[in-house]
Design a protein around this ligand. Structure first.
Ligand code: 6PG
Length: 250
């Protein structure tokens, strides 16, 4: 990985720019299905960590549609949630709640196929330790879906937070000063060991972050998504025109 200060040639396997979020989500769904079916046919199973936030909602809705319901062997899929807010599962803030509503319930995914963060253990650190126990045996995962914040965070790996430098544990409770709360998140060793990483970013409000991460000076504490750098896996950045608006190389 390049040292700080030098322009870093990010080893992006592919940048795909779609007209809008709807087309981006269709591209992501096709890619998701290809990766899932390849994993299932070669190993009999598929492990995926899902992104939270709002960008992937339309992707999840497409995957829950009749077309994809029949084109992936969903019982062979094991799901993780890449990051979580320390809130009850029924909170509007909960990433699990969003994914359960848009993907798990429509596809009737059984609970035994979903590893969710424990957010009722009393404290975030305990929640992270419990999740680590669940996640560790499955690492490296087949696919990790990530979003991108306007501040270039990904998962709950926010600028200038301790978890950016975590190199051992696969899951941690990350104190985020600007939110004045702990966030539960997978860490870069898990992200960068995956067979495929897919980052989705949509909207003009992400354009600066996309340009900084993909073409800016290597300053990972400021632009954490610059640390997305799979060791041997494939990396896809799926953008819409707005999010790609400030990229020089397109
Ligand atoms: C979360 C997400 C987070 C998200 C980005 C982008 O818990 O919010 O995991 O990393 O992917 O903040 O969020 P939007 O898709 O809502 O813009």
């Amino acid at each position: 990985m390049a040292g700080p200060g030098r322009i870093r040639k990010i080893r992006v396997t592919r940048i795909r720019i779609s007209k809008d979020l709807a087309r981006l989500s269709e591209t992501a769904a096709e890619l998701f299905a290809d990766i899932a079916n390849a994993a299932i046919s070669s190993t009999g199973s598929f492990t995926v960590s899902l992104a939270g936030g709002s960008t992937p909602r339309s992707l999840y809705a497409i995957l829950a549609s009749d077309h994809y319901r029949g084109s992936i062997d969903w019982p062979s899929v094991t799901f993780f949630i890449g990051d979580e807010r320390y809130v009850p599962d029924d909170s509007p803030e909960s990433n699990y709640r969003m994914v359960a509503k848009t993907l798990f319930r429509p596809l009737e995914i059984p609970d035994r196929n979903v590893y969710r963060w424990n957010t009722t253990s009393g404290d975030a650190e305990t929640g992270a330790k419990l999740y680590e126990k669940d996640l560790r045996p499955f690492v490296p995962l087949d696919l990790i879906l990530l979003g991108l914040g306007a501040d270039a965070h990904t998962a709950s790996l926010f600028p200038n937070t301790a978890a950016l430098h975590e190199q051992q544990t696969p899951a941690t409770a990350n104190w985020v000063e600007k939110l004045a709360e702990h966030r539960l998140t997978i860490t870069f060793p898990v992200i960068n060991s995956a067979a495929t990483v897919m980052v989705l970013a949509s909207g003009i409000e992400k354009a600066k972050a996309v340009a900084n991460v993909l073409e800016g000076e290597f300053r990972p504490d400021e632009f954490p998504a610059q640390l997305i750098d799979p060791t041997i896996g494939d990396l896809y950045w799926l953008l819409d025109e707005s999010a790609a608006n400030l990229l020089e190389r397109r």
